[in-house]
Design a protein around this ligand. Structure first.
Ligand code: NAG
Ligand code: NAG
Ligand code: NAG
Ligand code: NAG
Ligand code: NAG
Length: 385
């Protein structure tokens, strides 16, 4: 019994030393999505029914469609069809329930057009119009925007080039998913459609796991950081790499360890000084610092590790218990920690002639250095005003 309890305690403390993942609950998605569907002959009627079924599946996991809910985590869905020209079938305010959305897509999409002339440029321009209209009067400016394009063909001649609009959308923070319909194995068309997408969001209708891929794109789009914060990811600077549910912000104004801790707590609600549970996180934070011109060499910055009541602990949001430090990925510089009770604050210090930093403990009031703050990302678990 006691052993079981100990094991349980041990395993929960191990689990606590992993960085937060992005929230993944489809029920709690909060997005503005415009679905853009090519209805030219190339899509075929079967293809159009497939798309309708897929939209119903992707949003059918309990996602709150529309805006009439007590919970602010809601998703608005607009619908555009296009061939030679585009038609806005539904703006972002039309669908007010999942049933409403499903009935409409099964009514609208199976109506294949007779057109074999198809310009993605017209569809994507209509999507931009729908998104802009949905932001009138500063409505839902804290919600991320996603455009989901189903396309069977691609042309970019003359004024019908979809790339400038796609680029403008992506630059302004809109994510684009493409699902290329593979009609006759034309690789060049598939590739061109995919190039419109945000990195890693280019899919095809024959992908084994298309629904999961699209849901993953929605979850990742819904996981983001406030301005001035950088999202912790699998690979530094690679925007298609997996995001963690953690945001980081280097602060270039020096302070003692304790004042820096308080500054992080006051900078943003539920903020705290950065944790370095793993070497991976430590390296990511160091990359961030090296890329920040307001941090001079040699690099020195406080982190959220300190000596409290006989042990080292990691900072957490105010009101949460500190997380005990584990010896695992120890990143102390040689000779450290020393005199922990006196020197209770920990910082990263670059040694001379090496491009790396390691931990050193210092007096937590008198040693003023730059520092790094951390906060949970905005995502399905964490609504941000
Ligand atoms: C193109 O699609 C629109 C709806 O998006 C439809 O009204 C129009 O008739 C279609 N064009 C042709 C030639 O079928
Ligand atoms: C947006 O503002 C306009 C006037 O500027 C007003 O007529 C309209 O009702 C507002 N729309 C919403 C959704 O509040
Ligand atoms: C998506 O784009 C990447 C990079 O260009 C490419 O390697 C990959 O094959 C594309 N995936 C699909 C499904 O087209
Ligand atoms: C590196 O710094 C530049 C200039 O401030 C910035 O634009 C860029 O986004 C930074 N890169 C990363 C991956 O944070
Ligand atoms: C610590 O080490 C153990 C055993 O090597 C490993 O199973 C565990 O995942 C490590 N924990 C962390 C947070 O790296």
């Amino acid at each position: 019994m006691l052993l079981l309890l100990l094991l349980l305690l041990f395993s929960t403390s191990l689990r606590a030393q992993i960085d937060r993942s992005c929230g993944t609950d489809p029920t709690n998605l909060w997005l503005d999505v415009v679905v853009v569907v090519d209805n030219s002959i190339g899509m075929t009627q079967g293809g159009m029914i497939e798309v309708a079924a897929q939209i119903a599946t992707v949003f059918g996991g309990g996602t709150r469609i529309g805006t009439n809910y007590a919970d602010k985590r809601t998703t608005r869905v607009g619908l555009v069809t296009y061939n030679k020209s585009a038609q806005i079938q539904a703006d972002l305010n039309r669908f007010q329930s999942a049933d409403d959305l499903f009935n409409s897509v099964f009514q609208i999409l199976p109506q294949l057009s007779t057109s074999n002339e198809v310009y993605l440029a017209t569809g994507i321009a209509a999507a931009e119009q729908v998104l802009n209209a949905g932001r009138k009067n500063n409505t839902r400016t804290n919600y991320k925007q996603l455009v989901m394009i189903y396309a069977s063909d691609y042309r970019d001649d003359g004024e019908q080039d979809p790339r400038p609009t796609a680029q403008r959308l992506k630059t302004s923070g809109v994510n684009i998913v493409t699902v290329a319909f593979n009609q006759n194995g034309n690789e060049a068309i598939l590739q061109s459609i995919g190039e419109i997408a945000s990195p890693g969001f280019n899919f095809t209708n024959i992908d084994d796991n298309l629904v999961n891929e699209i849901q993953g794109a929605m979850i990742q789009t819904n996981c983001f950081c406030h301005n001035l914060w950088t999202q912790y990811r699998e690979q530094f600077g690679v925007v298609s790499s997996l995001k963690y549910g953690v945001c980081l912000r280097p602060v270039a104004i020096t302070a003692g360890w304790v004042p820096a801790k308080l500054a992080c707590q006051n900078m943003i609600q539920t903020g705290y000084m950065v944790t370095e549970y793993t070497k991976h996180k430590h390296d990511f934070v160091f990359n961030l610092i090296q890329n920040d011109t307001t941090f001079p060499e040699p690099y020195v910055y406080h982190i959220g590790l300190s000596y409290v009541n006989g042990g080292f602990f990691w900072q957490q949001p105010v009101g949460h218990a500190l997380v005990p430090f584990q010896l695992n990925d120890s990143l102390w510089n040689p000779g450290y920690p020393q005199q922990s009770a006196v020197n209770a604050g920990v910082l990263n210090q670059q040694a001379t002639q090496v491009i790396s930093v390691g931990w050193q403990n210092v007096n937590q009031y008198t040693v003023a250095e730059r520092y790094v703050c951390e906060v949970a990302s905005c995502d399905t678990e964490n609504y941000c005003e």
